[in-house]
Design a protein around this ligand. Structure first.
Ligand code: ADQ
Length: 470
């Protein structure tokens, strides 16, 4: 089997158990092929320490059969590529938030510069029959940069976040360059069929692409495959973690502490796409409309710190703190606080215990590529007495997890009503819904995602060999 080379902004050391499902799944394939994982080292070099735009030292280490290669970034590159363009333009626009995008012309230059730097450092390490898999919005132009250096290998790309409809995408100055970059891959994968359709519509209307069947398009004088490859979790591994001592201890503690109350849980990165203020307003609506929930329901909301150097993120933090404070102030009693909010990360080993002890999970993003918390919650439940998933219809996961209670997070009355239905749901219905959800998570798990994407990529270019690039 050809060697796999994975490229992503950040890499995870596959030997560390805290790495999580995606890292573990990729590491498994990388191990099997003696592969390489390439990305940013996480180090930012200040100008005073010699950090120069477009340059960066390369570090290599061996992790079992896998070679880990990372590059440092100069301060100027980090600010433009990571903070400015990736998280200040692509992240908000791809999540339909044009109002939050900062189209400062300098950022796109830094974004391109870092992609060129990655290509320059990666190209000499490649072997002719390598298969390259590039991940996420930070690295859209990487294939085009590699091709410009003469790399002929198969290169696939997976977008972990949503792709918006053509007219929203077209608001980005340089959108045509970005999409041309996407079309330089042999296979482009999206989280959902909706995102895939947005791509197809864009290349048809803006670039005159021809549908040549089998998920393939003729565009920019070459053939590109595109499709939906919804990411999953490692259900078996997650179930095993649920039974391990740390998760069990967490579960027992939560069950003891909330023995007379139903627990609702939210676990997110603190990000405006996750709909946290909307969720809290829906919870407040629940308390207002259904007084029986007083003292009988508690929401635990965990929001891990994220991208604190991007200003939209500090705004959401303050809004959230003030909403939690006002809900507790208005509804709290001496022996009951409606919301327990924590601005931190929970250890991965304990998370399943918290999920399992909760009667309801609130996964209500305004827009989300997939949302793995929804799948983790399902995998952690006791099938005999499972909790209920309240899921935003705007999460990619909603295309698969149809037996969840699907809500519109912008509709606080509707969401509050669904939470009440979840709290009241009879055991038999909970079991039936959970059984169907779990079957879906098992069938489309992270191994299915990896295998299906890579199988398609391995055959994609073979059919097209000899096709000139651009
Ligand atoms: P994220 O936006 O980071 O990822 P998500 O899928 O919800 O989103 O979560 C990723 C992981 O982080 C999960 O394993 C979750 O358990 C963990 N996590 C989140 N908050 C945590 C907290 N407070 N404490 C501890 N752990 C926490 C992007 C896209 C998603 C897509 C993933 C994978 O935005 O839509 O599902 O990539 O493709």
């Amino acid at each position: 089997m050809p060697r796999l080379v994975v490229v992503s902004n950040r890499i995870a050391d596959p030997r560390k158990t805290a790495a999580g499902g995606l890292a573990v799944a990729l590491a498994e394939v990388l191990n099997n092929t003696g592969g390489m994982w390439f990305g940013w080292s996480g180090k930012v070099i200040e100008p005073s320490a010699g950090g120069k735009a477009g340059e960066g030292e390369v570090h290599t280490q061996q992790a079992g059969a896998v070679k880990l290669v990372t590059v440092d970034l100069a301060r100027e590159d980090y600010d433009a590529y990571y903070v400015g363009y990736s998280n200040g333009v692509l992240w908000p626009v791809f999540h339909y938030r044009l109002d939050l995008a900062d189209f400062d012309a300098g950022y796109i230059g830094g974004y391109r510069r870092v992609n060129q730097l990655f290509a320059r450092k990666l190209a000499p390490l490649l072997q002719p029959d390598d298969v390259i898999w590039v991940h996420d919005y930070h690295l859209i132009p990487l294939a085009a940069e590699l091709r410009a250096l003469g790399c002929q290998q198969r290169i696939g790309y997976f977008l972990h976040i949503p792709l918006p409809p053509p007219l929203i995408l077209a608001a980005i100055p340089g959108h045509d360059w970005l999409v041309r970059g996407l079309c330089s891959y042999d296979l482009v994968g999206f989280q959902s069929e909706a995102d895939h359709q947005h791509f197809c519509r864009y290349i048809q209307s803006e670039a005159g692409a021809q549908d040549v069947g089998g998920g393939r398009w003729r565009v920019f004088n070459r053939t590109v495959h595109a499709g939906a490859y919804p990411i999953g979790i490692d259900v078996d591994e997650f179930a095993a973690v649920t039974q391990a001592p740390e998760a069990r201890e967490m579960y027992e503690r939560m069950r003891r502490e909330y023995s007379r109350r139903k627990l609702l849980v939210g676990v997110d990165r603190l990000d405006y796409s996750k709909g946290l203020p909307h969720r809290l307003k829906a919870f407040r609506e629940l308390l207002q409309k259904y007084p029986e929930t007083h003292k009988s329901a508690t929401l635990i909301q965990i929001a891990s710190p994220s991208r604190e150097d991007v200003s939209a993120y500090s705004d959401i933090l303050h809004e959230l703190e003030s909403l939690c404070g006002s809900i507790n102030g208005n509804f709290g009693e001496l022996d009951w606080m409606p919301v327990r909010y924590m601005h931190r990360t929970v250890a991965r080993a304990r998370l399943p215990g918290l999920y399992r002890a909760s009667r309801v999970a609130l996964v209500t993003p305004l827009r989300d590529g997939m949302n793995l918390v929804a799948k983790e919650f399902v995998a952690a439940q006791d099938p005999e007495d499972p909790g209920v998933l309240v899921l935003s219809r705007f999460a990619g996961a909603a295309e698969q997890l149809k037996e969840a209670l699907l809500v519109n997070p912008y509709d606080k009355e509707g969401t509050a009503g669904a939470i009440q239905v979840a709290l009241q749901m009879p055991l038999e219905e909970r079991r039936q819904r959970h059984q169907a959800l779990l079957a879906n998570c098992k069938r489309f798990d992270v191994h299915w995602w990896c295998d299906t994407f890579l199988d398609t990529l391995r055959t994609a270019q073979a059919e097209e060999s000899g096709t000139p690039w651009l």
